[in-house]
Design a protein around this ligand. Structure first.
Ligand code: PNS
Length: 159
């Protein structure tokens, strides 16, 4: 059984993330989407619980995908889940440079842990959670870029 982890901050999950999750779910028997802490992103817009809830609602229809929170080292979470694969979406050369280093670090921590890069679909190449947060701050409609669960959560927050 091939178990994969798709880790990230997901602040909030975007359609680009969801596209990677769907594709990973076709490649592996089980995919855990893991909301983790990124120490470079100190002021999240959504709490970890809100992010998890938006992900859970977005992946509800994909049978071999589960979403969880974890605070700690990604490699420890992978060990706990008996996962041998980390999935990372790559949009451009900047993502690749960072993820290439991260893959080496994670393999250094746990030698059995392989990172698999999935190239972002062209429709989502220019979009990120950072862009989503910027658009939210300026009240811009986001339906084209985020799952319905995020749009609904935002509506509830602003009502
Ligand atoms: O969506 P992001 O913010 O680019 O995801 C980055 C994330 C959360 C995957 C990364 O910061 C991470 O793995 N954090 C957990 C701590 C860890 O294991 N760091 C790498 C080895 S030191």
């Amino acid at each position: 059984m091939k178990v994969a982890i798709y880790p990230g901050s997901f602040d909030p999950i975007t359609l680009g993330h969801l596209d990677i999750i769907r594709r990973a779910a076709r490649c592996f028997d089980k995919v855990y989407v893991c909301v983790l802490y990124n120490c470079d992103k100190k002021t999240p817009m959504f709490s970890p619980e809100e992010r998890l809830e938006m992900i859970r609602r977005s992946v509800a229809e994909i049978p071999n995908v589960e979403a969880e929170l974890f605070s700690g080292l990604l490699a420890d979470y992978a060990r706990e889940k008996k996962a041998s694969i980390l999935v990372k979406g790559v949009r451009n050369a900047t993502d690749f440079d960072l993820e290439y280093q991260m893959a080496a670090i994670n393999r250094g921590i746990c030698s059995e842990l392989e990172t698999v890069f999935l190239p972002a679909s062209s429709a989502y190449q220019h979009f990120s959670s950072t862009m989503a947060r910027e658009m939210i701050r300026y009240g811009q409609p986001l339906e084209k870029y985020v799952p319905q669960a995020v749009a609904e959560a935002l509506k509830q927050k602003t009502e």
